[in-house]
Design a protein around this ligand. Sequence first.
Ligand SMILES: [Zn+2]
Length: 149
Amino acid sequence: MENPFDDTYYMKKALLEAEDAFEKGEIPVGAIVVINDRIIARAHNLTELLNDVTAHAEMQAITAAANFLGGKYLTNCTLYVTLEPCQMCAGALYWSQISKIVYGARDKERGCIALETKLHPKTKMVGGVLAEESSALLKRFFIERRNLN
Ligand SMILES: [Zn+2]
């Protein structure tokens, strides 16, 4: 039988977070952290609200997950994020020693792959899960924002 709690299932949860960000006028990127089929952190981009360029979804998800676990390392955790992590987030994920990163859309300009940011040797990364949905949301956001100005 197919496991209903697969990468697509969790990426949908991350997309819900991205939609929350969209509603708040934030660049719509969402992230969740899962351990043993349990969601332990949900976050979305809050750089506008917090006036903080480091308030990316992943950064907050890392902090929330570590708080939940009561330890700084995210061993056995998977991060689902709708957009490929940037250098800063990939760097933070390196320190967290997270087991797996699953991203949606590629960020060919500012993503960690193009910029060759090193991941932790213990970290696996897979991409392209609900990539279309993730990038469609981002595109819609930037089109709407352009029309407001
Ligand atoms: Zn980032």
